[in-house]
Design a protein around this ligand. Structure first.
Ligand SMILES: [Zn+2]
Length: 308
């Protein structure tokens, strides 16, 4: 038997699909030549549903080619009504197996009405132009503390030891957990916004530039790039609009009169000579709203840039 016939054709297709995706992405980018991936880092397999992976509706079990029997699964959510299963990715994360399905479904969600400016700030997770300020989720900080502890434990382990492999698995499980919580949170928020508003404006911020600073952790926590991305794709299917505005001076401009003043980051209130007194982030969100949808107080193109 030739060695290649020892595996199922699906397993072989997997590898080819992966190589295809990797090289397509490489040629599109034009840089970052694909690296070899060791078997120990190969954690995901993509299937077309019905081709190597099947879903049994009667008892909601999965069938995977090469795995005997029907596999029992814990379902986190039901498939939307009338959904057509397209692909499934089976991954292994920290000793657990996950199947993620992509489905084709008629979009049934309603889009909201009205406009909103949303400022994703460092100290708070976000503020909206209608005055709502939502704090950053605390799961991140708690989880990061545990991760740092595991990292120290890993550093104490002897290289190549069995103990080290165990500690590393625990560290990986922690990272996966943080990523899942963050994504889940971002999905819920963006869903809420799209259901509530028809037009949503964000600051067009350069995350890469900010993340290098010592404020990196807070930004990471809020993970607002993810929020903008998720909101953008959700608005697209809902027929709503996302608008990105010039971020310069949003926290230095008064939303009521357009006056520009340097507000140090430590100052939590926005207080202006015109009498406007607001939460700092809510004020910035109003400026974002104004730049996107407002009549403009000359705020659309800030001519003066004041250092905070
Ligand atoms: Zn003012």
């Amino acid at each position: 038997m030739p060695p290649i016939a020892r595996w199922s054709f699906t397993a072989l297709q997997q590898v080819l699909r992966r190589v295809e995706t990797t090289y397509t992405a490489f040629f599109r980018r034009g840089r970052g030549f694909p690296r070899f991936r060791a078997a120990s880092r190969y954690h995901a397999a993509a299937f077309r549903v019905g081709d190597g992976l099947s879903f049994r509706g009667s008892d909601r079990r999965l069938g995977i080619v090469g795995v005997p029997g029907a596999i029992k699964a814990v379902w986190h959510t039901a498939f939307p009504r009338g959904a057509k299963l397209v692909t499934a990715v089976v991954t292994r994360q920290g000793g657990n197996w996950y199947a993620v399905f992509s489905v084709e479904v008629e979009f049934g969600g309603e889009r909201g009405v009205g406009d909103v400016g949303i400022d994703l700030e460092l100290s708070a997770l976000f503020a909206t132009s209608d005055g709502h300020v939502e704090p950053a989720p605390c799961f991140e900080r708690r989880a990061h503390k545990a991760q740092r502890r595991r990292q120290r434990a890993l550093a104490r382990c002897q290289r190549g030891s069995r103990r080290r492999a165990k500690v590393r698995a625990r560290l990986a499980a922690g990272s996966a957990r943080i990523a899942r919580q963050r994504r889940d949170h971002a999905h819920k928020l963006s869903r809420e916004w799209v259901a509530r508003y028809g037009r949503i404006a964000f600051k067009d911020s350069n995350t890469a530039g900010l993340a290098r600073s010592r404020l990196a952790r807070s930004i990471h926590d809020a993970s607002w790039r993810l929020l903008v991305d998720l909101t953008t794709y959700k608005t697209a299917s809902a027929g709503a609009v996302v608008q990105l505005v010039d971020p310069r001076g949003t926290s230095q401009t008064c939303p009521a009169c357009g006056a520009v003043a340097a507000n140090p980051l430590s100052l939590r209130r926005h207080a202006c000579a015109c009498g406007s007194d607001l939460d700092r982030d809510a004020a910035a969100a109003q400026v974002v709203w104004d730049r996107a949808f407002g009549p403009g107080h000359g705020l659309r193109s800030p001519s003066v840039r004041v250092a905070a």
